[in-house]
Design a binder for this molecule. Structure first.
Ligand code: 0CM
Ligand code: SF4
Length: 323
């Protein structure tokens, strides 16, 4: 994408905008939102959704207008309404309780999160104690730990914890990770675990997902070239928060997160030659467009897209919604 300043706008100062590619929606988010939309279309409103389907208020409010009702726990769902589980995954107790109550449920857990759930079960079946690298309290971590009985999984949040985590003496070890972590931080934590436990079993292929990896790579490519990185995303979105950190660590003097256009004071870019713009995996492109429109109120934008990877991956809807 290239935009050359028009003569009519000559009064506005020029601002170079490096737009990260890929940015925004991933295949798991796209599928999760479609599951809610399709459920409303087939079964009619209201369709209940346990937890924000993805961590984005704009997406949630748009689905609410279509007839989705967001709740945090299953006991808020009436017996006769369909319920969708969010993209982040749920502990096994949740579908178990839904089955006990004979609720009709659809699971929008991203297939790449479900893959980590199956890895956890695989290690457990082989008698291994599992170390989960991730952030305490995040719904994906709660869901992944909840695949197995209490005590089967120990959370490791950082390198310091990797160095002193207590593990059972009599069992082999394995590690798995949250899908939306910093690639570089995780490499450090894994190195600390391997140094301490050389025989630890590792994922066959990285648990950090392709979307997280690619969005961080795009930010790294842009960061050294810009004085500011704007990340479109939500403060409870793990993958979006990581983009702010990655930008700063990759040499960008300042990185800010905004939820949408109106949150951005375009004055922040005053006097800067170039800025970067990206979006987390749960942030729709329309919000990136809002941010660019906000900047264009003050600057003549020259937009260059920096694409580090092409993404063609898509995920099928659950069988119940395919027929
Ligand atoms: O896990 P995270 O907080 O990044 O979730 P999100 O809803 O922002 O992004 C998509 C996902 C998943 C799983
Ligand atoms: Fe799936 Fe990754 Fe998207 Fe999360 S960020 S929904 S794990 S593809």
């Amino acid at each position: 994408m290239d935009q050359t300043p028009s003569p009519a706008a000559a009064a506005r100062p020029r601002l170079n905008v490096l737009l990260a590619g890929p940015r925004g929606f991933c295949a798991g988010v796209d599928r999760a939102i479609k599951i809610v939309e399709e459920a409303i279309r087939r079964y009619g409103a209201p369709v209940y959704v346990r937890h924000e389907i993805v961590h984005n208020r704009f997406v949630v409010e748009r689905l609410e207008r279509q007839g989705a009702v967001f709740v945090e726990e299953l006991d808020e769902v009436p017996d006769d309404a369909p319920v969708v589980f969010s993209a982040h995954g749920v502990p096994k107790s949740v579908p178990r309780e839904a089955e006990r109550r004979k609720l009709f449920y659809l699971d929008a857990t991203c297939p790449l999160v479900s893959k980590v759930h199956r890895e956890a079960e695989h290690h457990f079946a082989r008698g291994r104690h599992i170390l989960l690298i991730g952030h305490a309290g995040h719904p994906e971590v709660i869901g992944t730990m909840g695949q197995l009985p209490e005590g089967a999984v120990t959370l490791v949040e950082d390198e310091a914890q990797a160095r002193d985590v207590a593990v059972p003496e009599d069992r082999p070890l394995a590690f798995i990770t949250q899908t939306t972590l910093s690639v570089d931080d995780t490499a450090g934590i894994v190195a600390a675990l391997r140094a301490r436990f050389p025989g630890i079993h590792a994922p066959a292929k990285e648990d950090i997902c392709y979307a997280t990896t690619n969005r961080q790579a795009a930010v790294k490519a842009i960061a050294p070239r810009v004085a500011l990185m704007v990340v479109v995303g939500a403060p409870n979105s793990s993958n979006s928060l990581r983009l702010v950190e990655v930008a700063e660590r990759a040499g960008c003097p300042r990185a800010v997160m905004v939820q949408r256009g109106r949150d951005l004071d375009p004055g922040i870019a005053e006097g800067l030659g170039a800025i970067g713009v990206t979006a987390g995996a749960s942030a729709p492109e329309v919000l990136v467009e809002e941010v660019l429109a906000r900047l264009a109120e003050r600057f003549e934008l020259a937009i260059e897209e920096v694409v580090v990877a092409e993404e063609r991956i898509t995920f099928k809807l659950p069988a119940a919604l395919q027929a």
